[in-house]
Design a binder for this molecule. Sequence first.
Ligand code: ADP
Ligand code: ADP
Length: 226
Amino acid sequence: MARIELTDIRKVYAGGVEAVKGVSLSIDDGEFVVLVGPSGCGKSTLLRMVAGLESITSGTVRIGERVVNELEPAERDIAMVFQNYALYPHMSVRQNLEYGLKNRKMAMPEIARRVDEAAGILEIAPLLDRKPGQLSGGQRQRVAMGRAIVREPAAFLFDEPLSNLDAKLRVQMRAEIRRLQRRLATTSLYVTHDQLEAMTLADQLVVMNGGRIEQAGRPMDLYERP
Ligand code: ADP
Ligand code: ADP
């Protein structure tokens, strides 16, 4: 677990679009921060900069004590969960879960321990020998989360992970993420445009608009009027 600190982060894309206009944000150890706002307000850009998938025009990102701007994505100790699952279709669920750890040359017994633990937490143990093509959308999303969990990262980044699911499944997975959040208490930054998802999951809710933070606080304080 680690604290994440963004200081005056800006992003100007090559074409000149200023997508993020000076965002500062602190995420406490174990805190779950949800970033909401209309399409085009800069949420994904911000998340992708923290993940190291997008260069930062100016400003700093700290994770724990380290300034991570200059680190390679693989050195950031962050795991990302995407809406499009990002599973390898030709590999079994187990191989999908093992893949990143094998790349890191982790010892096999430790890999097996982590995979079994994640499979238990996500209730996907019976699916370990299947291929992604043999899974439902909800099951695939669980495996995608499993890939993030087995890394035991300092922080999770979620990029609209539920937006491809139908309404019923979305409600189910929302509850699932809450359960994970309570159990793992890993520092998380979660992007969504779904207000209800944001309200349900956020310890701290950050509302973005036009590349800036418009307001931030506990969901109760932002939405409840006396
Ligand atoms: P959100 O995630 O809130 O929908 P984005 O971060 O995707 O917003 O986009 C913020 C702004 O940056 C938008 O105006 C978008 O068109 C622009 N943008 C996003 N990606 C790129 C890119 N690769 N090149 C140029 N402009 C981009
Ligand atoms: P993985 O551990 O998922 O196999 P790699 O070690 O090949 O991923 O990827 C290096 C970096 O790329 C990761 O640290 C992460 O920031 C980013 N990344 C790309 N795709 C994913 C993904 N599906 N899940 C987690 N991280 C990913």
